[in-house]
Design a protein around this ligand. Structure first.
Ligand code: NI
Length: 145
């Protein structure tokens, strides 16, 4: 193909947006109720509260010369649905998602859990980055470091 030299070794990032609603509570078992309230504020409420999480999954790598893709977006869409949305959407993260039985479901920790869940299914030569919005203005980024 004529385009081979033109696009060879071009590193491109492709991203897929997704969404889930979930409830959580932030607290540290080893602390008193007062200290939890000092640190986590309303997020320590024992009755939980919800967020509309916006997720952006980004995959970076070379454009495949045969397909012109970095990664098949249909496959990425299915992976996010199966490994994240089906498991997190309309769930209580503390109670229903096994990783958060012992781990505080902060945005930071949720982004790491999402990265770890997806990483085994993304081709090894591609880099994976998770961007997670807990509110329209607060977001975290994890890229596996
Ligand atoms: Ni919260």
């Amino acid at each position: 193909m004529k385009t081979d030299t033109y696009i060879s070794h071009m590193i491109v990032t492709v991203s897929r947006k997704a969404h889930f609603n979930a409830a959580h509570r932030l607290y540290n078992n080893e602390w008193s109720g007062d200290r939890n309230e000092d640190v986590f504020g309303k997020c320590a409420n024992p009755n939980f509260h919800g967020h509309n999480y916006e997720l952006i999954v980004s995959v970076t790598g070379e454009i495949n010369l045969q397909t012109g893709f970095v990664m098949d977006m249909k496959r990425l869409k299915e992976l996010i649905k199966e490994k994240i949305e089906d498991e997190f959407d309309h769930k209580n993260l503390n109670i229903q998602v096994p990783e958060f039985k012992e781990l505080n479901p902060t945005s930071e920790n949720i982004s790491v859990v999402i990265w770890k869940r997806l990483r085994p299914y993304i081709p090894e030569k591609l880099k994976l980055k998770i961007t997670l919005y807990e509110t329209p203005r607060n977001f975290v980024v994890y890229n596996g470091g």
